[in-house]
Design a protein around this ligand. Structure first.
Ligand code: SF4
Ligand SMILES: [Zn+2]
Length: 597
């Protein structure tokens, strides 16, 4: 129904002659608020517009196209985010708050924006990626660096063959773009693309080869620099980590919801704290970035308990996620919670309490090395029976927020060439290892230009018998004693195996994330002569590719070598960034980029 509304809007808008974006935005705002619906992004609308043009329901309207051009928010974090959905499937979970809708991926509602896009593309990964690149591109976003996010519930629950095919098709779509060779049933929709002409379409459906498509992507114009998969903590084990790495994943979104066993149990999560702690450690040791999904307001929790839960996340080294998505519990039809709420056995968080809680969490709890990715889920207001309904929470609490999280400090478009940049470092313990968070910031640390996460998985000194064994897939019983280390032991980051000298007890370090912020600078426009200076005399394009990333890598190498005696350093690198690390002396070993120190 929301799609119908958006179509209706585009039909109306296509008959108008907008003078500028401001006039268009005003029209958009009043239309959607009159219809009591949240405002879609211009990129979403652009996709529907293209669809309607293709179906000949409307004719092209140049003024409208121009007015829809958005000043890029999505790519201001340095990458173009493309979310794709897996096909509808059941989930092993029976969480009481989770809606089940026919023909929808578990936990998703057919009127959420990302889901609507997937439906339009019949859940075909190739078509989803290409139409999204097209929509972003048409709206003025740069799409050379793509962070691909695979949504749709528990990815690990799909058969391995589907997983592999899905991801291969995503890579192939990025590699082929703007040429398109989707499966025959989907060719029509993509035929009307920007640079895409029907004559370019290859009709044969090619055999999918993941490794081949990944290799192609290293040199493709649209590089997948990060790949996020969504799963449950109880599905993470060494085998799954190996699988995720082969697929090219660099970040994992874990459905945590609560860290308290009694709350997890009441909500029928099917796993407890133990599984969360275990998955967190395994993933971090393998270099993944971790994004926790948390749900305040669950059955069995309270305001106080929720706030304490967020404190626990960052005071207990067993958790320490890198990112957070905070989705307050809402009651939707087709869920068990709905029945309980109807019987008066559940009381949802009010808008006011949720806002108060978020301000408290942001201002007093979130450390500077964490990024709050999202504050509320895109559940359309009409679907919410009870629970927080604010969809523009960030704007509402903006004035009161003193949040120091990554997102609130990213420089976005506000970069000036004369800006002074300093190196700052935060060390913290996490999952039996040590995290070193390096950030390039303004002198007051309020503006963030670039960051790096370095992990020493087993941080205790080797001389005390704590030499790091990594995730050793060759031996199911972990061996933490350097004295009993087998000759030629294998250290494994996910699928990476490194033959280490038999007498070596020096640890290995792994870089889990490097990110430079600011307006996306196209890789092709990179200034080769730019420098790694701290007081960056940067190009006017923004801080990407002026050597800030390189500066951080060099510092991480120094820390790993000098402070921890590491002999090697690995980077969990997105497929599309491998060449960047090759230039810094790293070599591909299975799925990791490795350098001897
Ligand atoms: S695991 Fe996720 S998708 Fe599955 S039932 Fe629970 S919330 Fe829903
Ligand atoms: Zn923040």
């Amino acid at each position: 129904m929301i799609k119908d509304l958006q179509e209706k809007f585009i039909m109306l808008a296509s008959g108008k002659n907008f003078k500028n974006s401001k006039a268009f935005l005003k029209f958009k705002k009043s239309f959607f608020s009159e219809n009591k619906s949240s405002q879609p992004t211009n990129a979403d609308l652009r996709e529907i517009y293209e669809e309607l043009v293709f179906q000949k329901k409307i004719v092209r309207n140049k003024a409208l196209e121009k007015a829809m051009l958005s000043r890029s928010i999505r790519t201001q974090s340095g990458v173009a985010v493309i979310a794709v959905l897996t096909k509808p499937s059941t989930c092993p979970g029976k969480c009481i708050f989770c809606p089940t809708e026919k023909n929808m991926p578990k936990s998703y509602l057919s009127n959420e924006p990302a889901v609507m896009r997937a439906i339009m593309n019949k859940f075909n990964p190739y078509s989803q990626v290409q139409s999204r690149i097209k929509a972003l591109e048409l709206n003025g976003h740069s799409t050379e660096k793509i962070e691909l996010i695979v949504m749709g519930g528990t990815f690990s629950y799909f058969p391995k063959s589907y997983q592999k095919k899905f991801i291969s098709e995503c890579f192939r779509a990025a590699n082929d773009y703007p040429v398109s060779s989707p499966s025959s049933s989907l060719r029509g929709r993509l035929g009307g693309g920007a640079k895409n002409t029907l004559s370019k379409i290859v009709s044969k459906k090619k055999k999918v080869d993941l490794t081949h498509e990944q290799k192609r992507n290293e040199k493709a114009l649209h590089k997948i620099v990060g790949l996020t998969l969504e799963t449950r903590p109880d599905y993470i084990d060494k085998k799954e980590i190996l699988n995720f790495r082969k697929l090219g994943a660099t970040r994992v979104e874990l459905g945590i919801q609560s860290v308290y066993d009694n709350v997890l149990e009441k909500n029928n999560r099917g796993h407890g704290k133990k599984e969360i702690v275990n998955a967190t450690k395994l993933l971090k040791d393998a270099g993944f970035k971790i994004n926790y999904h948390m749900m305040p307001g669950l059955l069995g929790s309270s305001y106080k308990k929720d706030v304490n839960m967020f404190k626990e996340l960052f005071s207990n080294p067993e958790f320490q996620p890198d990112m957070l998505k905070i989705y307050p519990t809402v009651v939707v039809r087709n869920s068990e919670l709905y029945k309980l709420w109807k019987k008066g056995k559940y009381k949802a968080l009010s808008d006011k309490n949720f806002q108060r809680m978020i301000i408290d969490i942001k201002n007093n709890i979130i450390p500077p090395y964490v990024r709050i990715q999202r504050l509320i889920r895109d559940v359309p207001v009409p679907s919410i029976e009870a629970g927080p309904k604010v969809s523009n929470l960030r704007q509402i609490i903006e004035k009161e927020s003193k949040c120091k999280c990554i997102r609130c400090r990213e420089i976005k478009g506000g970069y000036k060439a004369k800006n002074k940049i300093i190196l700052d470092r935060i060390d913290y313990a996490a999952s039996e290892g040590k995290e070193i968070f390096l950030q390039l910031v303004s002198p007051n640390k309020k503006k963030l230009y670039a960051l790096l996460r370095l992990r020493i998985p087993q941080a205790s000194p080797p001389s005390q018998g704590g030499g790091w064994e990594g995730v050793d897939l060759t031996n199911s019983t972990p061996n933490h004693s350097s004295h009993s280390r087998p000759k030629s032991s294998k250290h494994i980051f996910g699928s990476f195996e490194c033959e280490s000298p038999s007498n070596s007890s020096r640890p290995m370090a792994i870089i889990r994330e490097i990110h430079t912020y600011g307006k996306l600078a196209d890789i092709s426009k990179r200034d080769k002569n730019s420098l790694p200076a701290m007081h960056a005399k940067a190009s006017q394009e923004g801080p990407q590719h002026i050597g800030l990333g390189k500066k951080l890598v060099l510092e991480a190498e120094r820390v790993a070598r000098e402070e921890f005696g590491a002999e090697k350093i690995a980077v969990i690198s997105g497929v599309g960034v491998r060449n960047y690390y090759r230039k810094l002396g790293y070599r591909l070993k299975d799925t990791y980029m490795i350098k001897s120190l």
